[in-house]
Design a protein around this ligand. Structure first.
Ligand SMILES: CCCCCCCC/C=C\CCCCCCCC(=O)SCCNC(=O)CCNC(=O)[C@H](O)C(C)(C)COP(=O)(O)OP(=O)(O)OC[C@H]1O[C@@H](n2cnc3c(N)ncnc32)[C@H](O)[C@@H]1OP(=O)(O)O
Length: 149
């Protein structure tokens, strides 16, 4: 059996994020997994998240995908390195470059690559693909909650 999604391993008290918390009743419930040394999250946006014109996703949602998949990647990477269960990270910094319009009603693939793990801080590079096109890239700085360290 494959390992549960990173977000499904968050402790209950820290699983209420609108983007990825499994316990948020109306959230997006993003799910992230290992794919070799990278991580992957797949998500098909609903047209209600339309951006400036029909057919395309609004930038805030793209940032959310990068943010939440980045947090999950940081948590999983730290857990893998330390041989411990997944703990909860929060976003200290989020940078997004929008490279091409991102379609809705198309499955997006968000991939993460760990750049650095230093103490409670993990830096992750991310890419958002739609049908093979690179639509956005991002870098996040994630910090492990002190009480989870
Ligand atoms: C998820 C469940 C939450 C449950 C909460 C329970 C209570 C927990 C208590 C408190 C945390 C509250 C957080 C709530 C968040 C809700 C969830 C989101 O929506 S995430 C999106 C919004 N993100 C925030 O709202 C973070 C706000 N920022 C902070 O709370 C702090 O600034 C935090 C935790 C991110 C860092 O504070 P430090 O005092 O723990 O750690 P320092 O020593 O400042 O930083 C550690 C390392 O990270 C680097 N760093 C910190 N901020 C950076 C930045 N903006 N850019 C680059 N590097 C940064 C530092 O340079 C340091 O690195 P070097 O060890 O020196 O190499």
């Amino acid at each position: 059996m494959s390992e549960p999604a990173f977000q499904d391993q968050y402790p209950d008290d820290y699983a209420h994020c609108y983007g990825c918390g499994r316990l948020h009743a109306e959230g997006h419930h993003l799910k992230s997994y290992w794919d070799g040394e990278e991580t992957v999250c797949r998500y098909t946006p609903d047209p209600k998240y339309t951006g400036g014109f029909p057919g395309f996703l609004y930038g805030g949602m793209i940032a959310s995908l990068i943010d939440c998949h980045g947090a999950g990647t940081a948590a999983a990477a730290k857990a893998r390195q330390d041989g411990k269960p997944i703990s909860r990270f929060v976003t200290a910094s989020l940078k997004v470059d929008y490279l091409a319009p991102t379609p809705i009603n198309t499955e997006l693939e968000i991939r993460g690559k760990v750049v650095e793990i230093k103490g409670r801080k993990v830096i992750v590079d991310l890419v958002v693909f739609a049908a093979g096109t690179t639509c956005a890239t991002g870098t996040v700085v994630m910090v492990q909650l002190k009480e989870q360290n």
